[in-house]
Write a protein that binds this ligand. Sequence first.
Ligand code: GTP
Ligand code: ZN
Length: 293
Amino acid sequence: MSTRATVLEAWANRAVAETVDGRLVAFHFPRRLERPLPGDEILLNERDELDELLPRRNRFGRGDNRGQFRPIAANLDQTLIVIAAEPAPSPDLLHRYLAASRICGIEPIIVLNKTDLPTPSQAPFDELEGLIELGYSVIRTCCTHASGIDGLAERLEGRTSLIAGQSGVGKTSLVNALIPELDRQTGALSQVTGKGRHTTTSARLCHLPEDSGWLVDTPGVWEYGLWQMTPRELLRGFPEFLEASDGCRFRDCSHQHEPGCGVRAAVEAGVIPDFRYRAWLRLLDEQARLSRS
Ligand SMILES: Nc1nc2c(ncn2[C@@H]2O[C@H](COP(=O)(O)OP(=O)(O)OP(=O)(O)O)[C@@H](O)[C@H]2O)c(=O)[nH]1
Ligand SMILES: [Zn+2]
């Protein structure tokens, strides 16, 4: 008899999962099995050992310093990309996150936190209107005055979301506002792992109040990098280009120099904002550097 469980947190060779009947189980896993990720569905045997990792819908991850894909969590419905006026996002951080989500097949939602601070008139803040026109959702929140939290909570209902962003943008404050009883969940987790205190050095799947969904909290990062991929894969991160590329004269159009390029025509017509085209060119350039190094 096997028990179905959801992985909450995983390290090099051990993890914690919650069974369907709400029991927390810590287990080691054999190296022959792929490392489970927060959000993974698994089967445990009667000795509470990992029997099987069930097929995943998707994985979200990042590139490591060698450009390899490093998975963070699995089976997600959406990513919450948190940005704030302070600390100001590094250039292209938001575009990388948005592209990564789309490439992983996950809908990104932009969360502009710290709306009590003046918004600088620079990228990416002055690009948000353009992104909304392209169909991206932007939710504005302020943890200091607890505003926008209900609207954000509504978007999380019944879903599994991952929250990510630069260190200091207020991820922890948002998670605490969304999950008032986070301490209890953290305490229960520490008990089964035997770890005294919990530090957010790894991604962790948490329950939203009243079982209204799941949230993957991730450690803050200074920089978020993409992994090495082909130009075709990168294009999937810019879905608005895909439609326009149907109009390209050449099937293998690079959308850079060729005559009759549907993407460049859409940029010139203002259908694709110029800032998106330039961001894509910069990420393409980054990819060329990744593959050389
Ligand atoms: N003005 C303002 N400050 C905020 C807001 N939300 C969070 N902060 C402050 O921003 C700082 C960083 O907040 P955290 O919640 O620790 O940010 P974090 O993204 O979790 O940072 P890491 O733990 O490094 O990943 C703290 O001093 C918070 O009090 C907000 O809406 N407005
Ligand atoms: Zn083209």
